[in-house]
Design a binder for this molecule. Sequence first.
Ligand SMILES: [Zn+2]
Length: 506
Amino acid sequence: MRIKACLVALLTMVFLVACSGPPRLASAVPATGDAAGCAEALSPPLPLDGRGDPLYPSLGNAGYDAQHYTLDLAADPARNTISATAAIRIRVLQELTAFALDYQGPEVHSLTVDGAPAGYERDGAKLRIALPEPLAAGQVFTATVAYAGAPQPVPSPAIPLPLGWLRSANGSYVASEPSGAQGWYPVNDHPCDKATYTLRITVPKPYVACANGRLEGTSDDAGTVTYLWEMRRPMASYLAAVNVGDFVLHTEEGPAGLPIRSYYARPVATAATRAFAHTAEAIAFFNSRFGLYPFAAYGVVVADVGLGAWAMENQTLSLFGRDVVGGGQAASFGPHELAHQWFGDAVTPASWRDIWLNEGFATYGEALWLEHTQGPAALEARMRAIYPGPGSRALFPPASPPANDLFDRAVYDRGALTLHALRRRVGDDAFFRILTAYAARYRYANAGTDDFIALANEVSVQELRPLLRAWLYDEAIPPYPEAPAQWLLGPQFLPEPLRLPGYPWP
Ligand SMILES: [Zn+2]
């Protein structure tokens, strides 16, 4: 996510944004839920609801692993209603007689387990389901929930913005980090339970629906079109997205044939095409710094809505507001959300406390792109600009953010400075080997701060714990990591040429 320091008022369903103060700088275990970094939360005894996240303990549920979501969703943009069926394939992790999903969406009309009607109750943000018969660990079943109505914005303690299924000028978009997914589908809403998705979206003509993954087909019916999207790599619930609008499709080919498909709101389509003209080049650059792009497609959506400095790294389809294309902001927002595809999306935090592993990395990704396009002095200037000077607000330790301020600039800026300090300590060669090893080892899975520190030690063969813990956990920020004199002559590290596998991508 990319976000600006704003005073945000949530007023009924309208949000008013009045910016004040300095801008915040932008924001492999397959889908089985027993991912690295998340194992601790799965130790018995398992609570039925609430996964015990250190910041948001009630988010998510334990006792099972959601493996695949099939969402059949018809949207009526004019009335802002949806009518949907969510079929969730679930593997049982401990003997269950009941289980819970997170859900704050429209009215539920029916609920079955393997086709048999199941009892359920809604209690706040939980949908509790009684199983027709007890299920043992290892069994797999499908829960199917039919629901319809007008999705309401979901408030969150993490950020003073409404989340969930939200209206644009001519359609809708989804904003879910950290807990908006439950506003539009029933879900195990914690990043530790990643899953694959089938998104079958029906919209009236001439609306277009775009979502995560690859578009596998469309079918016309009288007056409507159904778009079939498949996300075949594990995805955290907060990255699932459906965008409905009057979009102009822009396609191009990325490195080694990677399909890039972007959807631009018609009124700004020409400007958006210009603003995101460097997407393919940025993917190629990050391939050389982070390792191979982890998904089968990429693209951006520019929705017909003003989002200020907010943007979101939805998996394979980053989301931006129409106002990002006018002022040159796409030059930094674009690389930020793209970097998240490696850090946040493919490698997902094990808990929300580890948010710096998303935002610090994406902010440093922006700076690396600056270094690539404008030279090392530009990166150095960016890092000095975000280091707090005399009289500026302190940046709290980024690995322990407060629950009511998850996206404070500290997790962005001090997170990025942490990586910069690491790079200064170990040198470019070891630094980029750490980044690529981290992206590869935890790809499609989860990692926590301790996982990253241990990996940095291992790859560099150095004791980095004192350095990293000071940057991540000490109340006072360490001194600025000064560069050796020769540093500004240019990067010391030239990565090996990548051996790209060619299409199809993973
Ligand atoms: Zn971000």
